[in-house]
Ligand binder design. Structure first.
Ligand code: ADP
Ligand code: MG
Ligand code: ZN
Length: 608
């Protein structure tokens, strides 16, 4: 028994108790349900006529009567048969049995020996259970690198040593910002003294956020590889799936383990499975909540300088509990976005290194063809191309193989993993320039920083980023209205240029409606209602929306005002775009070619 941690000692008796309870339950189940089934022997149903014949032939050894049937034991050529037949009202029968000297109305004998009974009743279940127990134990230990159901208390945890499956930053291409952000952590793990000397605390938790397939899991491994420290990896769902009621205990065990191996990295993949917002009202999953609470407690429990750094990954940061994100826990977020043109080239190069190529591959062409593809999709494209080469009887991959595999994947891919067609890209380009142009033509709006038509996390097919020159805490009515115009600019451009509208503006519409509604119900920017509060309550701490506190009649007026406000902003945006139609065309063509342009490029063309 390893008694290194006091925690460990306290826990073991409880585990034992669980263990015994489960054993008792299984033995009882076995005795009540399974055993009778096993003990049941083959019983032949015969006719009464057969029965009487057998009696007369002297083959019947024993007979047992019940109200509904006659059970009898018949011996034929040394073989014993258990038979039964229906009851016939025959007063002669007992006399006949008496005459033949057959033992009747007695219990059917031939019960198994006492030894066999005990063996079946107790031996077998315990044997089965201990076998299952050992299997489960093995699973737990290997999966989470901690004690699992280990009743002996020793924990032969599996630790992912850096050399076992080493990934380095070289394996992760095109995520330079993320690498830079994580560099500090690697430096800390290699050199904790430097930080301690000055009294600086390393961040405890770093959250990797981004769409699926952008290399979050890969990046976490690479960080451990770069720092040469052990890497504990567990997926959020593993906490909840295996044993009901064990989630919190597993978190505890994981952290016990990690602290012993410090400095090290603990990686929790798909943390949103346990880290969802805890709602007020009816809780639907106590198990998950306990696990989350335990995680929060553990994160507070260890000192920042112990050298345990927790990485977590999620593609749904918006559902995470705010408590997880507060300082001292996952206070750092590192974004892993879908790669742009250069990023895609780099990723393709990384994966092309693994396959044999004869000619020089036109990586740029393939990268241009795959706007919107994630790293995982690009890896897949390279692999598909290699498979195709094999199918064609070649021994190396060519550019043509890659082109072909891109097309297969576009045709087969869902719209969700949007790789856009030329036509769609054109619409998206006009849409984004629409936003940017409206913003640029307003006075006092934040300058455009970046425009891109590379699809994004949120499902947006592109975006226009504006950055304020100074931090703004107060927003004027004028600002809010201009913001509405900018949001309407995308849809307005589609209408002005193509004379049609698409679903691409759904996110803009949502945002615009929210702003307009807040202007009227929260900020008193409405002419009709003035400073009347039309929305109350709401828990800002947990980010809940408030409730409307007005009569149905007023609610209708509010809706009308929201509608009119947005309509006015839409018209405003359309006017701006129509007055600047040439610039709109010129800028869109440029964006279409470059995919991502900086605010500077935008302003240069606009100012020409
Ligand atoms: P995520 O965890 O973000 O969903 P993964 O890390 O599991 O994505 O990535 C899946 C695979 O895609 C990786 O094993 C790797 O082969 C490939 N991949 C993803 N992003 C990159 C990248 N930036 N550079 C190289 N390969 C990548
Ligand atoms: Mg992953
Ligand atoms: Zn838009």
């Amino acid at each position: 028994m390893s008694n290194t941690g006091t925690n460990n000692q306290k826990k073991t008796p409880r585990n034992l108790l669980y263990y015994y309870l489960i054993v008792v339950a299984i033995v009882m189940f076995f005795n009540l349900a399974i055993l009778p089934m096993i003990m049941q022997r083959q019983v032949y149903t015969t006719t009464y006529y057969d029965f009487i014949n057998a009696v007369e032939a002297g083959e019947v050894k024993q007979v047992q009567f019940s109200s509904t049937e006659i059970n009898y034991v018949r011996e034929e050529k040394g073989q014993i048969y258990y038979c039964k037949t229906g009851v016939v009202d025959n007063p002669e029968l007992p006399k006949m049995l008496q005459e033949k000297g057959i033992n009747y109305a007695a219990e059917i004998p031939e019960t198994p020996s006492l030894f066999l009974t005990i063996l079946l009743q107790y031996g077998l279940p315990i044997l089965i259970f201990s076998f299952i127990g050992r299997q489960i134990n093995k699973n737990l230990v290997s999966k989470m690198g901690a004690g699992g159901l280990n009743i002996r208390g020793g924990s032969a945890a599996k630790v992912y040593e850096p050399d076992a499956d080493t990934k380095t930053f070289e394996d992760v291409a095109g995520q330079e910002e993320a690498k830079e952000a994580l560099q500090e952590i690697i430096d800390y793990l290699n050199n904790p003294k430097k930080y301690e000397a000055i009294g600086a605390q390393c961040p405890k938790g770093v959250l990797l956020v981004g769409p699926p397939g952008t290399g979050k899991t890969l990046m976490a491994k690479a960080v451990a590889g770069e720092a040469h420290v052990p890497f504990f990896s567990i997926s959020g769902s593993e906490f909840v799936e295996m044993f009901v009621g064990r989630g919190a205990a597993k978190v505890r065990e994981l952290f016990d383990q990690a602290e012993k191996k410090a400095p090290c990295i603990v990686f929790i993949d798909e943390i949103d499975t346990i880290g969802k917002k805890r709602d007020t009202g009816f809780s639907t999953n106590d198990e998950r909540e306990q696990t989350l609470n335990q995680l929060l407690t553990e994160m507070d429990g260890f000192e920042g300088n112990k050298g345990v750094i927790i990485l977590a990954a999620t593609n749904r940061p918006e559902v995470l509990d705010p408590a997880l994100l507060r300082p001292g826990r996952f206070d750092r977020q590192v974004r892993m976005e879908l790669p742009d043109l250069l990023g895609r080239e780099a990723i393709l190069n990384v994966h092309l290194k693994k396959v044999k190529t004869k000619e020089k591959i036109d990586v740029n062409l393939i990268a241009r063809m795959t706007a919107g593809a994630s790293g995982a999709q690009l890896a897949n494209i390279v692999n598909e191309a290699a498979l195709r080469a094999v199918r064609m009887g070649e021994n190396s991959v060519t550019t043509a193989d890659l082109e072909e595999s891109v097309e297969t994947i576009i045709a087969g891919a869902e719209k969700k993993n949007a790789i856009l067609s030329e036509k769609e890209k054109r619409i998206v380009a006009y849409h984004e320039i629409g936003h940017a142009l409206v913003a640029a033509k307003q006075s006092g709006s934040a300058p455009v920083q970046k425009i891109t038509i590379v699809p994004r996390t949120s499902g947006a097919l592109g975006y226009t980023m504006q950055v304020e020159e100074d931090e703004k805490s107060l927003i004027s009515k004028q600002d809010a209205y201009q913001r509405l115009e900018i949001l309407c600019g995308g849809r307005a451009a589609e209408e002005v240029v193509f004379d049609m509208i698409t679903t691409g503006a759904s996110n803009d519409i949502e945002k615009a409606t929210e702003i307009a509604r807040n202007m009227i119900t929260r900020y008193g920017m409405s002419d009709t209602f003035g400073m009347m509060a039309l929305q109350t309550g709401g828990n800002t701490y947990l980010g809940h929306q408030g409730q409307s506190s007005v009569s149905p009649e007023t609610a209708r007026l509010v809706d009308e005002e929201v509608r009119d406000l947005i309509a006015k902003a839409y018209q405003g945006a359309k006017d701006i775009l129509e007055n600047n139609r040439e610039k709109l065309d010129e800028l869109s063509a440029y964006l279409l070619e470059k995919e991502t342009i900086s605010g500077q490029e935008f302003m240069d063309i606009l100012g020409k």
